[in-house]
Design a protein around this ligand. Structure first.
Ligand SMILES: [Zn+2]
Length: 106
């Protein structure tokens, strides 16, 4: 799966970075697979993961970006509930679709 450096989520450009996570990433409070930073509009994915886990983590973090940019996160939805929903969507997409990335214009 080709993963672009930038992707558009609800009109917002999100930067995607895949790199091996370090001990400092963990100390910064990021979990081991990936995270979405809404201040930087950036998704970071642990490059130490296998291909399928990278894909599933990418969709997981993209759904977090959707939650943020469509305003659901600002409705005081619990973070546990958000995690369950983005996990289920990510698994659903990965289990049922082969995704072709539409390249965005630079
Ligand atoms: Zn999450």
């Amino acid at each position: 799966m080709y993963i672009p450096e930038k992707i558009t989520v609800l009109g917002k450009e999100i930067t995607i970075e895949i790199k091996p996570f370090t001990e400092n990433d963990r100390k910064a409070g990021h979990d081991l697979d990936g995270f979405f930073d809404p201040c930087l509009n950036k998704i970071c994915i642990n490059g130490n993961l296998g291909r399928n886990d990278i894909k599933e983590t990418l969709f997981h973090e993209l759904f977090h970006a959707v939650f943020y940019h469509n305003g659901l996160r600002q409705t005081n939805i619990s973070s546990d509930l958000e995690e369950i929903i983005v996990n289920q969507f990510s698994i659903f997409v990965c289990d049922n679709f082969e995704i072709a990335i539409k390249r965005t214009k630079k």
